[in-house]
Design a binder for this molecule. Structure first.
Ligand code: HEC
Length: 143
């Protein structure tokens, strides 16, 4: 009895260490496919509204606020994100994010990333809303 309890504690400890290491992994492997090149080159963040993007990211975006998976700091350690494989993108990881253009982000936020937990937001967010979120991520969360 006592032995199995110690065993359980050891397993839980290992799991929590493993999951925190996983969440902050950098460089981070990417399962998401490349956007069509004409979309990947787009960037409409110039006139976008980062404050509105922040509200969407943390709370208002449907079907689910980005924070739940990508984390309040953008490090991919959101509550739901911890259970996902592949893990949500860690926006704070410059080594991985340097390969992810604003247009690439736009495409994936709109259409989702098949085979991952990244859901499409194109039916619930307008294009302008998506650019606002991208502006927030790129100006406040990315390093
Ligand atoms: C249910 C969890 C979940 C939610 C909610 C979510 N994402 Fe994701 N996101 C993921 C996962 C998982 C990936 C895929 C990681 C990979 O490519 O390996 C991802 C990938 C991405 C990427 C990376 C694209 C690339 O090419 O690498 C961007 C950008 C992104 N999400 C933005 C957002 C934004 C903005 C929101 C809110 C509007 C959001 N996500 C909501 C889980 C989520």
């Amino acid at each position: 009895m006592k032995k199995s309890f110690i065993c359980l504690v050891a397993v839980l400890f290992t799991l929590s260490v493993a999951s925190s290491a996983f969440a902050s992994k950098c460089p981070q492997p990417r399962k998401t496919k490349a956007a069509p090149s004409n979309v990947a080159k787009m960037d409409k963040t110039g006139k976008a509204d980062a404050a509105h993007g922040k509200a969407l990211y943390n709370k208002k975006a449907k079907p689910m606020a980005c924070k739940n998976c990508h984390g309040a700091k953008g490090d991919g350690a959101g509550k739901l994100g911890k259970a996902l494989k592949p893990a949500p993108r860690n926006f704070t990881c410059a080594a991985t994010m340097k390969k992810v253009s604003a247009g690439q982000m736009f495409h994936i936020i709109k259409k989702g990333s098949p085979g991952t937990g990244m859901v499409a937001h194109g039916k619930t967010l307008k294009d302008k809303d998506i650019w606002d979120v991208i502006k927030y991520i790129r100006s406040d969360l990315m390093k």
